[in-house]
Write a protein that binds this ligand. Sequence first.
Ligand SMILES: [Zn+2]
Length: 148
Amino acid sequence: MAAVEAGPAAEAGPAAETTLPAAGLTGSQCPRCAVVVYPEGAGCPRCGGDMVATALSTGGVLWTWTVQRFAPKSPPYQPPPEGFRPFAVGYVELPEGVRVEAVIEVDDLASVRIGMPLRLIPPVHSGCAANPGRGVPRFAAPDGPVGR
Ligand SMILES: [Zn+2]
């Protein structure tokens, strides 16, 4: 069995170094039992087998959520220039069966509903120096904010 599955870009020339899409989240999948986790992990939580990196879907549905009504500890939180405003945070369930903690970007917190379709807002936060790859992704309704 191949250790790492080669993507379609593997033989495409200079761009071949990029094996996973930059626009999406990267999780891990167990080749043995198909469990998918996010963020990436080395060992399968179900069977203990080795995991391989896998690109996750950029769309999902809101599994549950709450409102962050006070500014998180800073750092790592960086308030926007206009100052802190309460925001929605929740778990987005992806088709792979994995739930991703995310900030839910909406103009009106009263519009947030469990089960609402959401899409990932690029660029994906790459985390901070002390915690690389562990930034909190942002999702929005398909017709919602594009980013701030
Ligand atoms: Zn497994």
